[in-house]
Design a protein. Structure first.
Length: 388
């Protein structure tokens, strides 16, 4: 065990979003909805979809390897890898174990954390605590989701909201001030069955009935979830800011869970915080659950929205109900973002099982939607002579 460092700096960041883009217009052909309804109620224009050979582990491995490169570390420097997800490749092993192998992190322990859309913030807090306890010096925290495999594309209430993606950060032990100063985590099980996946666990194992009842897909009471989110996000963010001993007006950037534009606007009002200081990219990705905050953070840094010395707040809410916020001080050089460019998806392949050939099937309804636009399910444009 190493000595106890006083701080855990955020030293690396990275993301990966699949190249397949599913637009609101594509969804109009799948369920009874419209681009106008989705845009006006949520602010989402399009979302990414994992191609047929992509999984939660493969998305997370690319984002994670990029974050390690940005931190200027070798994967062997990592002591711990935590993957936040509710769409793991398998119930076991952990998705983190598959990521560890893919990125070549020879020494790291690896585990998953489940707190749905708050998962990244919860996992960040675990990484922070490991470092401050002297259990680890470098921890990779990944939020990765392939929600498209858990959505019911006959249910317009849910299938328009979510997308696939991954984001990651590296936390490193440091002697100088920086990193998280205030962390707030909450869990309110009164909402346990307001957003959930009923079947596939020990309470309702897979059966003909669970399959025909579409019980392996995400179900959500949208209005109740909306109420919870608007009640909780501002108070959770304010609690983390208060624990840091900061005034809300001293926060330079808020990176909220990207679920719904109207929820983000209500947070802005709740904290009395201008929209210009809130980073938003949900129009292009939809709700990517645990990937949402680190995916947004990585874009915020790459587009010049983050500077050394900035006070930044991450805030998320999700199934459970859970909510979490981190008030942190940024110390890294944003120019290090460029190091992520050296990592391509083919550099970090996830090993697939020997005796199992159905890894990564794309839902047929999505394959048809992409085919209608001349895109094959591996995510490549079909050559024009084939279309003709
Ligand atoms: N297209 C067209 N109409 C729709 C669609 C759609 N895609 N979805 C729902 N509708 C209809 C409903 O059926 C309803 O019709 P009805 O009145 O005839 O029954 C009508 O639109 C209005 O429904 P509301 O629920 O009132 O719509 P609302 O304005 O609340 O928006 C929404 C719905 C966007 C789902 C909102 O409630 C919301 O954002 N909730 C929070 C969801 C969320 O953030 N979930 C993520 C949680 S994080 C996690 O852990 C995964």
């Amino acid at each position: 065990m190493s000595s106890r460092p006083p701080f855990a700096h955020l030293t690396g960041w990275g993301s990966y979003a699949p190249s397949l883009v599913l637009t609101n217009h594509d969804l109009e052909a799948i369920v009874d909805t419209s681009d106008e309804w989705i845009m006006s109620r949520t602010g989402i224009r399009e979302r990414r979809i994992a191609a047929e050979n992509e999984t939660t582990a493969s998305l997370g491995a690319v984002a994670g390897r990029r974050a390690v490169a940005v931190a200027g570390l070798d994967p062997a420097d990592l002591d711990l890898i935590i993957v936040a997800t509710f769409t793991p490749d398998y119930l076991m092993p952990s998705t983190a174990a598959l990521v560890k192998e893919a990125i070549g992190a020879s020494r790291a322990a690896a585990m998953d954390v489940g707190a749905a859309c708050s998962g990244f913030v919860f996992a960040y807090s675990v990484a922070h605590a490991h470092i401050l306890a002297g259990l680890a010096r470098h921890v990779l925290v990944i939020g990765s989701e392939v929600l498209s495999r858990f959505l019911d594309y006959t249910d317009r209430n849910t299938c328009v909201l979510f997308g696939d993606g991954a984001g990651a950060v590296v936390l490193s032990a440091a002697e100088t001030r920086g990193g998280a100063s205030g962390i707030e985590l909450t869990t309110d099980p009164s909402g346990a069955y307001k957003i959930w996946v009923p079947a596939g666990g020990a309470a309702a194992p897979a059966s003909d009935g669970t399959i025909s009842g579409r019980a392996h897909f995400l179900r959500m009471d949208g209005r109740e979830t909306y109420r919870y989110a608007t009640r909780t996000i501002a108070s959770t963010a304010l609690a983390a800011i208060d624990k840091a001993g900061w005034a809300p007006e001293s926060i330079d950037l808020l990176v909220p869970h990207q679920a719904n534009m109207r929820i983000i606007e209500s947070v802005s009002k709740g904290i009395g915080f201008p929209m210009e200081r809130i980073f938003i990219n949900l129009d292009r990705y939809g709700n990517t659950s645990a990937a949402s905050v680190p995916l947004a953070l990585t874009e915020a840094v790459a587009t010049g929205r983050v500077h050394p010395g900035d006070r930044i707040v991450f805030v998320a809410f999700g199934a459970g109900f859970t909510s979490g916020a981190i008030a942190m001080e940024w110390t890294a050089d944003p120019a290090a973002s460029a190091r992520a460019d050296a990592i391509a998806p083919e550099d970090v392949p996830v090993r697939i099982p020997d005796e199992w050939d159905s890894v990564g099937p794309l839902p047929a309804v999505l394959a048809r939607a992409f085919a209608a636009r001349g895109i094959d399910t591996a995510g490549h444009p079909v050559p024009t002579e084939v279309i003709a």
